[in-house]
Design a protein around this ligand. Sequence first.
Ligand code: NOJ
Length: 733
Amino acid sequence: MKRFLYIFCAGVVALCACSRGPEGSDPRVEKLLRKMTLEEKVGQTVLFTSDWSVTGPSMREGYIDDIRQGRCGNIFNAYTAEYTRKLQEIAVNETRLGIPLLFGYDVIHGFRTIFPINLGMACTWDPEALERSAQVAAHEAAAAGLHWTYSPMCDICVEPRWGRVSEGAGEDPFLGSVVAAALTRGYQGEDLADERTLLACIKHYAAYGAPQAGRDYNTVDMSERWLREFYLPPYKAAVDAGALSVMASFNELDGVPATANKHLMQEILRDEWGFKGFVVTDYTGINEMVCHGFAADEKDAGRLAMNAGIDMDMQSASFFNYMVDLVRSGAVKESTLDEAVRRVLNVKAALGLFDDPFKYCSPEREAAETLTEANKQEARLTAARSCVLLKNEGVLPLRKGARTAVIGALADSKDDLLGSWRGAGEVQSVPASILEAIREVTPAVYAEGCKEMGDDRSGFGSALAAARGAEQIVMVLGEDCQWTGEAACRSDIHIPGVQSELLEKIAALGKPLVVVLLNGRPLDLSAESVTAGALLEAWYPGTMGGYAVADLLFGDVNPSGKLCITFPRNLGQVPIYHYAKNTGRPYVHPEAKYESRYLDVPNEPLYAFGHGLSYTTFSYSDITLSADSFSADGSIEATVTLTNTGQREGEETVQLYIRDLVGSVTRPVKQLKGFRKVNLGPGESTEVSFSIDKETLSFYRADMSFGPESGDFKLFIGGSSDKVKEASFSYEE
Ligand code: NOJ
């Protein structure tokens, strides 16, 4: 809300009513609308790729002519100040109305300076750091002529098979909402018209993270209650944080593709949430409705999309080819098209493009603000904070100066550090692989051992020889980065190839052995969690990832990341997540048969949501409550004393969970409701308090109204969802 007020005060543009007709719309937009031909109006709803970066099937060449004819008002995958200026000049100087282009790009976890993949960034549990990372990305991208990023990705996911779990913030709606809001604030800043900010795009709306069997683009189906309770909160949080564009997801929901889903686009997004920006499809999302079996042909698909509330067609060319006809025939009302154009143009106005269409393309800023030392330092710190120490049996930190063997193809890869979706990030900008960064700290011999994939064991001998001659061993294992991301799903979540076989052989030498993991999903680490002395989950840590990992391995930085997603013991446990219900037959008796359990694996995950170790230790006192009950206009405080009981300074993420014991609908056993990051020196203690009020207890009740219910509650505080202190209180309406 604050941001909207600012926009009003700055007199840049009033967006408040742009989804409900001309009142509140920028006068320049209304003037243009009166002048525009039908073809020119449709042009503003068209988004084509320049094909500089390939993010989907290519449909059209000749987009430059389309721009020149006023038939394409928006371009994605084109960047650099020079190239965007060239295209913008065509739009502004050679079209009848001179309406500036909007330039979009997938600035996902950095633009040139690449930060850790988003799953890793969420493991920082640090909204300020996330906001700063988005700010750095915005500064770099906006200087290269970009206005619009396709981020934040707000898809909650409990499915490690899905390749795109790497792009989101993990499994929890509360944490996901904090992350979505922080990224939105970072991109958009205080004023969208500032040439160092980017328009955020909330994606993929909605529930794209729940494809059946974890296969990309697959069917999504769930109850309205589960949708609202578990999947929608992060999208809503980004709307509340002021994001002014939304991307419709590829999937269907309740039998209706999101691209033509009025319930999502109109009833929830606009009517309930009051979203004021525009909605774009995902890549060829309109045409795909023919394959979905929802539209007879691409023209019909365009009609369905526009009538459902889609304002811009990414790459389908359905609006481009058919919208004029659809309006002329009355299948789409001209007022509906006007509304879409109005929304798009008002966002262009909010970006300041009608004041100066070239303000974003700045070769000077591009040179001065890209890959700066400050940006790289920020990326290095964030990368270190995103890593999660899963296990440490006294192996870490490693000794500087000790003879070290470094093993694994990924150890010597700069490319994989960037992840699969590095956008404009380039491998030449990565200063050091993990191996090179280690070598700056200690003498190290390197042996590849084996590749990430395949069954070639011919390098095992030299890896074993290197390990034998060493005092300590670092193995870097995981997935080739192209094995995660879009269209990169797996039916098996083990570390691929023969990497784990090599690990077993090296571990048999009995030397201090740490495994650093590079991967973009929860993996089945049940074997590795036994063989390795220490396990450091480093995700794909970005441009400065090599140094960040070395910082952690040798103790220059103390690990502080906490898992934002559960690691299962095996794929059979999936979906497994902390937000689970108790069931009618919870497993409480070790020998019981007719309880909710597996015969061949425990119910508990390998590493729980919220888990993450440090080189120091923390103890939690019992919980003190300011009162043991409260009512609608009141609140209570829950307090613990946190003590750093180890030998060095460290950071802990204190987590608050709630359980509503009896509800008009069943409630999860543990629902994350708050967290705080606390830094403490050795021996230091501090009190950490959380306030609980009726908002904290609210949920979608049996009648789907949102609010609390009277009754008894449990409250848990701890450093991981599976290691908590417990207290009880009651609430009276
Ligand atoms: C398809 C992806 O699903 C989406 O995330 C991305 O923003 C678009 N392609 C554009 O590249």
